[in-house]
Design a protein around this ligand. Structure first.
Ligand code: PGA
Length: 256
C-alpha cells in the first residue's frame, strides 16, 4: 500500500519570521496525524532554520532545486551533497517554473534525477502539459516524453522510492485545479507508462497531483486510486490550509 506524500513548495516566499511561525503552526496542528508523509520545501536560504524547527516532528525537509554538479566553479548553485548535509530529503526537480524561466530541458532534469539518486535523496520529478498542449490533446505525449528522459537514461529502477508530481501547467497558481477525474486519468496513464517497463516499480511509485490544490478540493482528489498526495504551492503557506490537505490525504489513505 502506498503512503501518500503531501509536500509544500514555498517557492520564492518566506522570511525568518514566517518560517518560524509557519513551522510552529504545522507542528502543532499535525501532531498525531497519521497515514500521510509530510514535507516542506522552503527557499534554500531557510533550509537550516527549517531543519532545526522541524526537529523531532514528522515533517521532512525538502528543497526546490539542485544543481547537476557536486562542487566547483558553479556560481550561485547548490549541490545534492549540500542538500543532504543540511538534512533535506525530498528534492523538487523539473518544476514548470524552472522549465519555463530557466529553460531547463528534459535532459538536464534527468541529470538532476541521477545526481539525487546517487546522493541518496528522493527526487520529486515534476511533469505536466501547458494549456496549449492540453487543448491540442498532447497531455500524454508531453508526460511520457518528460518521464522517458529519466526512464531511457536511468532505467525504471531509478523510480524505486522516487516521486512524480503531475502538475498541469494551466492549473498551477491559477485557482483552476484539474478535476479529480481529469487528474486520475493522467495519473493512471503515468503509472501504466512506467509499468510497461517495470510493474513493481510502477505499483509503489508515489504520484502526487499539483496545481491549485487547496483545503476544499483535496479530499476529492485524494479519493482517486492513483493520486498519492499532492505538491502544494499557494496553500502550503497557510498552516490551516496545509494541515487540512494533509488530513484529507491521511483520511483517504485510512479509508482506502
Ligand atoms: P499551486 O502550485 O498549488 O500554487 O498551484 C503548485 C506547484 O507549483 O507546485
Amino acid at each position: 500500500m502506498r503512503h501518500p506524500l503531501v509536500m509544500g513548495n514555498w517557492k520564492l516566499n518566506g522570511s525568518k519570521h514566517m518560517t518560524a511561525e509557519l513551522i510552529a503552526g504545522l507542528r502543532n496542528a499535525l501532531s498525531g496525524v497519521d497515514g500521510c508523509d509530510v514535507a516542506i520545501a522552503p527557499p534554500v536560504m531557510y533550509l537550516e532554520q527549517a531543519h532545526q524547527a522541524i526537529a523531532g516532528s514528522h515533517i521532512a525537509l525538502g528543497a526546490q532545486n539542485v544543481d547537476v554538479n557536486l562542487s566547483g566553479a558553479f556560481t550561485g548553485e547548490v549541490s545534492a551533497e549540500m542538500l543532504r548535509d543540511i538534512g533535506a530529503r525530498y528534492i523538487i526537480i523539473g518544476h514548470s517554473e524552472r522549465r519555463t524561466y530557466h529553460k531547463e530541458s528534459d535532459e538536464l532534469v534527468a541529470k538532476k534525477f541521477a545526481i539525487l539518486k546517487d546522493a541518496g535523496l528522493i527526487p520529486v520529478l515534476c511533469i505536466g502539459e501547458t494549456e496549449a498542449e492540453n487543448e491540442a490533446g498532447k497531455t500524454e505525449e508531453v508526460c511520457s516524453r518528460q518521464i522517458d528522459a529519466v526512464l531511457n537514461t536511468l532505467g525504471a529502477g531509478a523510480f524505486n522510492g522516487a516521486v512524480i508530481a503531475y502538475e498541469p501547467v494551466w492549473a498551477i497558481g491559477t485557482g483552476k485545479s484539474a478535476t479529480p477525474a481529469q487528474a486520475q486519468a493522467v495519473h493512471k496513464f503515468i503509472r501504466d507508462h512506467v509499468a510497461k517497463k517495470d510493474a513493481a516499480v510502477a505499483q509503489q511509485l508515489i504520484l502526487q497531483y499539483g496545481g491549485s490544490v487547496n483545503d476544499k478540493n483535496a479530499a476529492e482528489l485524494f479519493a482517486q486510486p492513483d493520486i498519492d498526495g499532492a505538491l502544494v504551492g499557494g496553500a502550503s503557506l497557510k498552516a490551516d490550509a496545509f494541515t487540512a490537505i494533509v488530513k484529507a490525504a491521511a483520511q483517504a489513505k485510512n479509508a482506502g
